[in-house]
Design a protein around this ligand. Structure first.
Ligand code: GA4
Length: 331
């Protein structure tokens, strides 16, 4: 178990969760990627939830467990060592502080670019004698996840009946794609033990700015998604599956047909949660606007024009829970 510096839990938001809010495994949209007709279920899940779970994804378990083992090794290092890989702006180790505008959470993390080969120089210095294992595990994992993300995006284009089928996937597969990879560690907070039924905010509520996020966690719960009525649903963990989250950019590309879902992560008093998330984004210069092939009749774009660079720049000035897309909605 990795213990962070002495917890001062008053600095972190506490939430109470009741059992009735737990999403039953059968309630989660589950997409079997090996099934021929999954494209329609994918579209439905993106419209109704902006969220789904993927099974039969074909990602070899060894990629996943190798990276998880390396991540645990890293997070087990003394804080002073981990801090040598910081700060996390733009990439590196972060502890409790999220973003640039005062958000905090009960989490430590590594934020990396998802472009292959770019990690070595920065991380060689931080990982002491052998950064190779970690970097190799990261790069193999990212390329496998990217492929799966691209397949999902192509199935979504098929399900929406739009051509070419790589209309979404080409954005994340582009060499210049501005994609990010994050490994989060939510350490248990022992002081919570006395506060029965209480959880601590590990990563506060937010939507993801990119196109698609693909999350895998160990078997510790914590992820919650927000439903249309504003209530929070706990997503049962499943270390053999991936959870897919629609990002703001995909909401815009589909002119609001797909919803970028608000989500958050709760830390608990007794179990470590490790998650790894790939955020597939477009190239910085890409114009993000509803696809003409999707627009029906006189349908107007719900959003003002912007490039991914402009959206990202604006997002960096926001707090986690802000409605980032709101700034770009046409009134
Ligand atoms: C949320 C999704 C990704 O984790 C992330 C986050 C980023 C960060 O951690 O630096 C942001 C957040 C995320 C959106 C608003 C800004 C930027 C923290 C924050 C307060 C890496 C991303 O791309 O956007």
């Amino acid at each position: 178990m990795v213990v962070l510096s002495k917890p001062v839990i008053e600095h972190y938001s506490l939430v109470k969760i009741s059992k009735s809010q737990t999403l039953s495994p059968s309630g989660t949209p589950i997409i079997d990627l090996s099934k021929q007709d999954c494209k329609y279920q994918l579209v439905k899940a993106c419209q109704e939830f902006g969220f789904f779970k993927v099974i039969n994804h074909g990602i070899p378990n060894e990629f996943i467990s190798k990276l998880e083992t390396e991540a645990i090794k890293f997070f087990s290092l003394p804080l002073s060592e981990k801090e040598k890989a910081g700060p996390a702006s733009p990439f590196g180790y972060g502890n409790k502080n999220i973003g640039q505008n005062g958000d905090v959470g009960w989490v430590e993390y590594l934020l990396l670019t998802a472009n292959p080969g770019l990690h070595y120089d920065k991380f060689a210095a931080f990982f002491g004698v052998s950064p190779e294992n970690f970097l190799y595990a990261v790069n193999s994992y990212i390329s496998a996840i990217k492929e799966m993300g691209s397949e999902i995006l192509e199935l979504l284009a098929d399900g929406l009946n739009i051509q070419p089928r790589n209309v979404f996937s080409k954005l994340v597969m582009n060499e210049q794609s501005d994609s990010v990879f994050r490994v989060n560690h939510y350490p248990p907070c022992p002081q919570l033990g006395d506060l029965t039924g209480k959880n601590l905010i590990g990563f506060g509520e937010h939507t993801d700015p990119q196109i698609i996020s693909i999350l895998r966690s160990n078997n510790t719960s914590g992820l919650q998604i927000s439903l249309k009525d504003g209530s929070w649903l706990s997503v049962p963990p499943d270390q053999n599956s991936f959870f897919v989250i629609v990002g703001d950019s995909l909401q815009v590309l589909t002119n609001g047909r797909f919803k970028s879902v608000r989500h958050r992560v709760l830390a608990n008093g007794f179990q470590s949660r490790i998650s790894m998330i790939y955020f597939g984004g477009p190239p910085l210069s890409e114009r993000i606007a509803p696809l003409p092939s999707l627009m029906k009749g006189e349908e107007d774009s719900l959003y003002k024009e912007f490039t991914w660079f402009e959206y990202k720049r604006s997002a960096c000035k926001t707090r986690l829970e802000d409605n980032r897309l709101g700034l770009f909605e046409k009134i």
